[in-house]
Design a protein around this ligand. Structure first.
Ligand SMILES: NC(=O)c1ccc[n+]([C@@H]2O[C@H](COP(=O)([O-])OP(=O)(O)OC[C@H]3O[C@@H](n4cnc5c(N)ncnc54)[C@H](OP(=O)(O)O)[C@@H]3O)[C@@H](O)[C@H]2O)c1
Length: 148
């Protein structure tokens, strides 16, 4: 799922099916998915569950809203409370960045096993510009900051 300008990019990365979220919703095709990985859009839990197979797994990764009391993680909390009561597995994921994982990713990239989609490369001095480009939602893939 992505916005219109990124549909071709996402297809080129190997996605068999791409939903343009500006034109249709995840429940629009009537399909139920085995796994829903939720990183953006802050869709209600009920809507995400409608897109999920009866014994499917939902993993909420992102889309915090910065809400006043819970920082927008109320969906995550509700998912964890609800999961023992329903057939679907509703869970969350919190990444803990560490040197080992980053080194493994670097090895995969160097060996060619992993090919990140790089949009732009910036020299270190232009980092604020890179961050602004990302915050404005223009980045199509990853941005690289060169430190040399
Ligand atoms: N749980 C963790 O450990 C963890 C770790 C890192 C990040 N996060 C969270 O994960 C989220 C994504 O992080 P990121 O670094 O990937 O952010 P990002 O680079 O800004 O990407 C955001 C993505 O969300 C998509 N998006 C925006 N609106 C959407 C909508 N209505 N429906 C579906 N997709 C939509 C964007 O697609 P378009 O550009 O096509 O609109 C873009 O691909 C953030 O909320 C971040 O806080 C969580």
């Amino acid at each position: 799922m992505c916005s219109t300008g990124k549909v071709d990019l996402v297809r080129s990365l190997g996605a068999a099916d791409v939903i343009d979220y500006t034109r249709e919703d995840i429940t629009g095709r009537g399909r139920r998915y085995d796994v829903v990985l939720d990183t953006g859009g802050h869709r209600p839990l009920t809507q995400l569950r409608r897109a999920l197979a009866a014994s499917g797994t939902l993993v909420i990764v992102g889309s915090e809203t910065g809400g006043r009391w819970l920082g927008g993680i109320d969906r995550q909390l509700r998912a964890l409370l609800l999961t023992p009561l329903v057939g679907q597995r509703l869970t969350t994921f919190v990444n803990s960045e560490n040197e080992h994982d980053l080194a493994t990713i670097a090895e995969l990239i160097e060996s060619g096993e992993l090919a990140p989609a790089v949009d732009r490369t910036y020299p270190l001095a232009r980092t604020p510009e890179a961050i602004q480009y990302m915050v404005d939602g223009h980045a199509r893939g990853k941005l690289v900051i060169e430190i040399r």
